[in-house]
Design a protein around this ligand. Structure first.
Ligand code: ADP
Ligand code: ZN
Ligand code: ZN
Length: 661
């Protein structure tokens, strides 16, 4: 009798055996429909056996092995197995996640559009002559024999993308496929265009969550069947099967969006490195502000560091200065120096950007008489005042409410907004500069890709003098007439509880500063701060990422934080904080014997955002100096966790290499 071992999309860390007498080893990696519970499910065959652990009479027959597409290759299955093991996630759920929804459901996309004949390919786009450092980088990458991880470190505009394109060119010429990961493809159509202009004859597949189901499935099949030359996509594209993969590029490798914060909590960058190793090919991680983990590997020699020190086009980097706001009375949150600099740009017909990473009008509405504040009733958070559409809105759960006319507690009519968001800055600036054309760019004004495109087009067309933006403005855009970036309200991140906050702030400010002066006009960055001598700001003024990274790494080493230790987080959420904490306490008890000397167990504590959508959340950190020790522990612990008794509505998950605390 023949059995197939099937990975199913269920939250259990096991496989399911079914009888399938017509199946053979050639069916490993194929989809199969099987009876499950009272219905049927589609899963993937990951093994074939003649004997099952289960008594044969108990095993049900599989309904059908789907042979309408090629089986997923062994290395793809191994990649999913690695992710399941490493991230402590059931294999069936990893595979379900890695497959496009349509294929996961056992369907196939309708017949493809007739394949465009490549015919005569248009002449290759003109390539600029490489600068010496670019040349050296391209040579190192293309001469790599087998697996090697490169960190391409260079400021925005130093020509990193040009290096990727050259390396991809070599890979395509050798008949291989290239995979390029970018943080948010919806924000980077410029890149898509640049790639397709450079490789007019190549079949480029885009993969991201914004792509319609059928197209996504088709892209997956194109990759699987070797038709795709280049896959360009967000984190999920790291799971596309690529039989002839020759190179992986991860652009903006430090970007937080590479880490998924739900379900399979994977880091696409780390999975990409695993994949390059598995396939024995080079991988390039590129950034102006590498993740400290990555930089640590680069200076300790594990990764090959390639540096681009100069901008490729504009000669000078922007001048960065701090404005000491300790002794100044600010007007609408802005210093006299910043206002003057904005006025100067307006007079010269140049664009400015004021960067404030907080959307809405004000972070909270409050009653000075009784102390009432606009709390969200579902979260341990304040509702943010949005004057533009006259709402209070919780940025964590989306709950909305009207703006009360008077204090709901004491009836006081004189309630005030406290603090400052982009909308408030926008209205202050339009009062101060009534003649200026002002655009606000944040998740509210750019709520759809279409609106975002329209905003970008308006900026490019020179239809705005003054931009007010959140971190949305930091990413990869090139605005020729933008010469001033003012930064307000950044200090809070210096002292945040999350040890990664300074790293993120530095990256953000460096990126947003890089928006200014990218062409013939010199750029200037003004940072308002009460801590002008803080090493983070000093390093920005000096354009010295390495200095910043080294001080941060020293601090982390002393504190024993990653990359000098490895962490995992167990989180639980339930109706009551005591339920969450009790579960974690039981989990900790179960861990004590498994942990041994090598793994440290912390105490269960409420999360920083302790209540979200009516659920009380707590977490338990585990840490080790040894990655293998942590992995061994987690595997054993995970099994025990599935056996623990918990209130029915309690949810828990493990997050390996957590990015948020
Ligand atoms: P990054 O990816 O580091 O931001 P890009 O590769 O986008 O940098 O390069 C920035 C700009 O400089 C682009 O307009 C690009 O076309 C141009 N560029 C890059 N390399 C060269 C070069 N060697 N000679 C001339 N222009 C270049
Ligand atoms: Zn009141
Ligand atoms: Zn809420």
């Amino acid at each position: 009798m023949t059995f197939v071992q099937v990975a199913l999309d269920v939250p259990l860390p096991r496989l399911f055996d079914y009888r399938a007498d017509d199946a053979s080893v050639a069916d490993i990696g194929r989809r199969v429909t099987v009876p499950f519970g009272s219905g049927t499910k589609t899963g993937l065959i990951v093994g074939i056996a003649e004997i099952s652990d289960q008594p044969p009479e108990k095993l049900k027959p599989a309904e059908a092995v789907l042979r309408d597409m090629p089986p997923l290759p062994a290395d793809w299955l191994a990649l999913c197995e690695f992710c399941g093991r490493y991230y402590q996630h059931p294999l069936g759920q990893v595979m379900a996640f890695a497959l496009p929804p349509m294929l996961r459901k056992g369907k196939l996309p309708k017949a493809r559009k007739p394949k465009v004949s490549r015919g005569e390919t248009p002449p290759d786009a003109v390539m600029p002559a490489l600068l010496p450092e670019q040349q050296a980088a391209v040579e190192a990458i293309t001469l790599a024999r087998g697996f090697e991880t490169f960190l391409l470190h260079g400021v925005t505009g130093s020509g990193k993308t040009e290096v990727y394109l050259r390396a991809i060119d070599v890979v395509l010429a050798a008949g291989k496929q290239a995979l390029m990961l970018v943080p948010e493809i919806a924000l980077t159509p410029q890149l898509e265009q640049r790639v397709s202009e450079r490789f007019p004859g190549a079949h480029i597949v885009s993969a991201h969550s914004g792509i319609a189901d059928a197209a996504r499935a088709r892209g997956f099949l194109d990759a699987l069947e070797g038709r795709a030359d280049i896959v360009l996509g967000t984190r999920l594209s790291v799971f596309l099967p690529l039989p002839h993969l020759g190179l992986i590029v991860v652009d903006e490798e430090h970007d937080a969006s590479f880490k998924q914060q739900e379900g399979l909590r994977y880091s696409a960058r780390d999975v990409a490195v695993f994949r390059a190793k598995q396939r024995d090919i080079p991988i390039v991680l590129g950034s102006a502000t590498p993740a400290l983990e990555t930089f640590h590997h680069a200076i300790s020699g594990r990764y090959h560091l390639l540096e681009l020190h100069h901008r490729a086009v504009a000669e000078a980097p922007p001048v960065v200065r701090t404005i000491d706001t300790r002794r100044e009375k600010l007007q609408d949150g802005m210093s006299a120096a910043l206002i003057e600099a904005l006025a100067e740009r307006l007079a010269r017909g140049e664009q400015s950007l004021v960067f404030l990473n907080r959307r809405g009008y004000a972070p909270v509405l409050a009653c000075p008489a009784c102390g009432w504040v606009s709390r969200c009733r579902r979260c341990a958070a304040n509702m943010v005042l949005h004057l533009a559409d006259k709402r209070l809105r919780c940025h964590h759960c989306g709950l909305e409410a009207g703006i009360p006319r008077a204090c709901p507690d004491c009836g006081n009519q004189d309630i005030h907004p406290f603090g400052r968001g982009t909308q408030r800055l926008e209205s202050a600036l339009s009062e101060r500069f009534p003649e200026a054309r002002i655009l606000r760019i944040d998740r509210d004004s750019a709520s759809t890709p279409k609106k975002w495109q329209a905003l970008l087009a308006a900026i490019h067309a020179g239809e705005a003098d003054l931009l007010i933006g959140t971190q949305m403005m930091a990413k990869g855009h090139d605005f020729p007439r933008l010469t001033l970036v003012g930064v307000v309200g950044a200090d809070a991140a210096l002292f945040a509880a999350d040890f990664r906050a300074p790293e993120r702030l530095f990256a953000q400010l460096m990126q947003v500063g890089g928006r200014s002066g990218r062409h013939d006009l010199p750029g200037e960055v003004l940072i308002q701060t009460e801590y002008p001598t803080h090493p983070l700001y000093r390093a920005l003024v000096d354009h010295d990422y390495a200095a910043f990274a080294r001080t941060q790494l020293d601090e982390r080493q002393m504190a024993g934080f990653p990359p000098f230790s490895f962490q995992a987080m167990l989180r639980a959420e339930a109706r009551d904080m005591s339920q969450s904490l009790d579960f974690l306490a039981a989990a900790r008890d179960a861990a004590v014997l498994l942990a041994g000397e090598a793994v440290a167990l912390y105490d269960p504590v409420p999360m920083r955002l302790a209540r979200l959508k009516n659920l009380d959340r707590a977490q338990l950190l585990v840490e080790s100096q040894s990655r293998p020790a942590l992995q061994t522990f987690l595997t054993a612990w995970n099994t025990r966790l599935h056996e623990l008794k918990a209130p029915r509505e309690l949810r828990w998950h493990l997050d390996v290499d957590p990015a948020e605390y």
